[in-house]
Design a protein around this ligand. Structure first.
Ligand SMILES: C[S@@+](CC[C@H](N)C(=O)[O-])C[C@H]1O[C@@H](n2cnc3c(N)ncnc32)[C@H](O)[C@@H]1O
Length: 308
């Protein structure tokens, strides 16, 4: 029967059927996603033509290229704003910054960093995923942005890449800021230690690093009794019980995971974070606990700021 609704979305989106089987629901979700993709490709350019109070959001990519578990346009814009604010707070009003983003995906933190590059600054993004690096090279202006593919193995992202833990092709003591959003949450212990030291190596003395974690501290322990089955988070939209790091990741004393494939989501104990800092010679100067701990947070994951 033709829809009587005047709402454009009701007309375009296939209807949910409470009686649908799992296979039918999966097919429906896929169909809805396709419609969303088409709407997004119309909406985003139109929305960008209305942007007035900021410049950098014009760089937000379309839905198929929005990574990091953040598919919604609004959420990308929101997370960009959060990290732009954190960068501002920790760059001490310096301009012309050299910024390195580890695990850049399709460039969310490049958009956040753009206002701080000035005339002489640069943004360098590194990722193990070749297709994301190729997307970034096409999408972001080459005068300010460059991207490097790291041919390194990760069980979840790059199971076909063979090398393990190659150092970055970047000079020592170069960067004002290193960032990583949702990347040390996908690294095993050996990889996490190796690249944390790389962060320290490439930072200028006094340079800062803004890195997110699942930090398994007292706030996490406290949150465990609040987590209910079949409930979405109080401040996020994922299941509360998804973020319980009960298993050791590859028999580590400090790294813990959620399911059978550790790199899907890894949390690090307090002692583990302290060991990382000691290993790399970085001092922690700020900690913003995330709302995954069922408390209101600056962001979903825990954000930490380190200084060399
Ligand atoms: C959850 S995604 C986050 C992407 C991006 N930072 C964002 O928030 O949109 C994790 C990213 O880390 C990358 N990654 C995993 N291991 C890496 C490593 N050893 N070096 C660089 N990137 C890595 C993955 O390829 C993926 O792009």
């Amino acid at each position: 029967m033709p829809s009587k609704s005047n709402n454009l979305l009701d007309k375009l989106l296939p209807k949910n059927d409470p009686e649908a089987s799992k296979a039918q629901q999966t097919a429906l979700n896929e169909e809805q996603r396709k419609v969303y993709e088409q709407l997004d490709s119309q909406f985003v350019p139109r929305d960008q033509s209305y942007i007035k109070r900021t410049r950098n959001l014009r760089l937000l990519p379309l839905e198929p290229a929005r990574r990091g578990g953040k598919y919604a346009y609004g959420e990308w814009a929101h997370v960009t704003g959060i990290f732009q604010t954190l960068m501002y707070m920790h760059l001490d009003q310096k301009q012309d910054n050299l910024v390195l983003d580890v695990g850049c995906g399709t460039g969310l933190l490049g958009i956040a960093a753009e206002p701080f590059l000035g005339e002489r600054g640069q943004f360098v993004g590194i990722d193990v995923l070749k297709e994301d690096i190729e997307f970034c090279r096409d999408h972001y202006p080459a005068d300010k942005f460059s991207f490097q593919h790291l041919d390194v193995y990760n069980t979840v992202y790059t199971p076909d890449q063979a090398s393990k833990n190659l150092p970055w092709d970047l000079r020592d003591n170069t960067f004002d800021l290193v960032t990583a959003l949702s990347v040390w949450t996908h690294m095993d212990e050996e990889t996490a230690f190796f690249y944390f030291k790389e962060v320290s190596r490439v930072l200028k003395p006094g340079g800062k690093a803004i890195i997110t974690f699942f930090h398994l501290d007292e706030l996490y322990e406290k949150s465990l009794s609040l987590r209910q089955p079949d409930m979405k988070g109080r401040y996020h939209m994922t299941p509360q019980t998804r973020w319980v790091f009960a298993n050791s990741a590859y028999d580590s004393k400090y790294f813990f995971c959620v399911g059978k494939t550790p790199e899907k989501a890894i949390g690090i104990s307090k002692e583990g974070i302290e060991k990382l800092q000691q290993h790399a010679g970085l001092k922690r100067i700020a900690y913003y606990p995330g709302n995954w701990k069922e408390i209101p947070g600056v962001y979903f994951q825990d954000v930490m700021v380190f200084q060399k």
